[in-house]
Design a protein around this ligand. Structure first.
Ligand code: BOM
Length: 141
């Protein structure tokens, strides 16, 4: 499952280049999306939230009110090898995190908080891929 999460993250990260400009994300803030799993990744810049918003839209994962579109997100995760073992758990985590931050009306800030919650909860559930795993894959590509 950690393996699946790694593939999904790297797949999602492929939209980063598409979104860097419009989200005003500097390379300094996020060079590559796999940095998301680093211990020292900072959930401070609104632009990071805007980038994740843009990336989610790129893969058509948002519905009305810019909340996760459950069906599309299931399908996206299931498009990766063994994705079905993780899709319900991931969608569940994101949904719970969205509910916790529902009062935030700025999409970029809300999604940043949701992403932070998603990372924390994934770690708690033992789903977070290690940096070594991500690096190895990234270098091979
Ligand atoms: O309410 C907006 C929902 C979007 C939040 C997405 C948070 C997670 C982003 C970080 C990691 C993503 C890896 C895969 C995403 C598949 C949905």
């Amino acid at each position: 499952t950690v393996e699946v999460m790694k593939d999904v993250t790297l797949g999602f990260g492929e939209a980063l280049e598409q979104c860097r400009e419009q989200s005003q994300l500097t390379e300094e803030m996020m060079e590559e999306f796999y940095h998301f799993w680093r211990e020292d990744f900072k959930f401070e810049a609104r632009a990071v939230g805007c980038a994740i918003h843009c990336m989610s839209r790129y893969f058509n994962l948002l519905g009305e009110q810019q909340r996760m579109h459950h069906d599309n997100t299931h399908k996206f995760i299931q498009s990766f090898p063994n994705g079905e073992v993780l899709s319900h758990q991931m969608v569940g985590i994101i949904h719970t995190c969205e509910q916790q931050h529902d009062a935030e009306t700025d999409h970029c800030w809300r999604i940043l908080r949701v992403a932070e919650c998603f990372k924390r909860e994934s770690q708690a559930q033992g789903l977070a891929p290690s940096m070594e795993m991500l690096m190895a894959e990234f270098i091979m590509e």
